[in-house]
Design a protein around this ligand. Structure first.
Ligand code: FE2
Ligand code: FE2
Length: 310
């Protein structure tokens, strides 16, 4: 059994100035303690409760699907690195960038450079290409795809390139043949109508065609700050596409309060995988995190036309 925690859209504020001194004192009291407290110190109370809940549940791996920061300022990206360091070892945490991590021209490069240990695949980048990035943990292939790129003001659209599509298809085929459970991480939702045109992913059809042909077991995304479950049609069975609320969202806003997905993956005796998820979200009084939903995410068999009588 493999347990994967999925959270997204952290939107950390810039690193406050007084933290430098705080960091010094924490170094004295102990590195591990510093790391853990660090992650919490930089979030709001909703984010802290979500982090506590994830930590208490002790997942095998944590997936963060982008928008770690807001404006991609150098200070923010550095703070984001510290925050990820607090979340866990790079071996146990995988990150894909969101549009806020690629806010202006050149920002994506800085984000990737600073957060590289959490982004790159097990065998490092293929040449200068980091994405798609493959990490294999247990029987799970965690595949990071990048949809983020700098856009003009008021546009938060993403892009899934032809180059990434070809590489992703090859990766999905290879990991599928190896009998791995293929989990794709992408910031923008690769489904139609999931968001407004200015925030949409360009290349949805391209992405879905790859999934339809090569298959996958699960797609995780962020960006909408919504708790959604969609399905992509595929030859070997429909593939679940799971979204999640922003991890720092307090109750009472237009979007749902903070949540995370507690995903369980188990090899099925008959082949394939049984996948289920529990959504855990902030309570209305913002004092605790509780179960807010449960989902079966195993691939749904393709619907076959009824056999005709002979
Ligand atoms: Fe976001
Ligand atoms: Fe986003």
């Amino acid at each position: 059994m493999f347990r994967l925690a999925h959270l997204s859209d952290i939107h950390l504020g810039p690193l406050p100035r007084f933290r430098k001194r705080d960091l010094m004192s924490k170094r004295i009291t102990g590195y591990l303690n510093w790391r853990r407290n660090r992650a919490k110190a930089m979030g709001n109370s909703a984010l802290n409760l979500i982090l506590d809940d994830i930590e208490a549940s002790a997942p095998d791996h944590i997936a963060v699907t982008g928008d770690l920061v807001n404006l991609s300022l150098d200070e923010e990206i550095k703070a984001g690195r510290l925050w990820l360091d607090g979340l866990g070892e790079p071996h146990d945490v995988t990150f894909v960038p969101g549009n806020h991590d690629a806010y202006v021209l050149g920002a994506l490069k800085k984000t990737v450079r600073e957060l590289r240990p959490y982004i790159t695949g097990d065998s490092g980048p293929a040449g200068s290409r980091i994405f798609p990035a493959l990490r294999v943990r247990d029987k799970v292939a965690i595949i990071g795809v990048n949809s983020a790129r700098a856009t003009p003001a008021f546009i938060a659209a993403g892009h899934f390139s032809e180059r990434q599509a070809a590489a992703l298809e090859a990766l999905l085929e290879r990991t599928g043949e190896a009998g791995l459970c293929r989990v794709i991480l992408i910031h923008h939702p690769p489904v139609r109508g999931a968001t407004t045109p200015s925030k949409r992913l360009f290349g949805i059809t391209r992405f879905q065609n790859v999934i339809r042909r090569a298959g996958a077991e699960l797609v995780l995304h962020g960006h909408t700050h919504l708790e959604t479950l969609n399905w992509i049609k595929a030859q070997a069975g429909d593939v679940p596409v799971l979204g999640v609320a922003a991890a720092g969202q307090m109750p009472g806003g237009p979007r749902p309060a903070a949540s995370w997905n507690d995903i369980t993956i188990e090899p099925h005796p008959a082949g394939g995988f049984s996948i289920s998820a529990v959504r855990r979200g902030l309570s209305q009084d913002a004092r605790s995190v509780e179960v807010i939903g449960q989902m079966t995410l195993s691939r749904q068999p393709p619907v076959r036309a009824p056999e005709t009588a002979r």
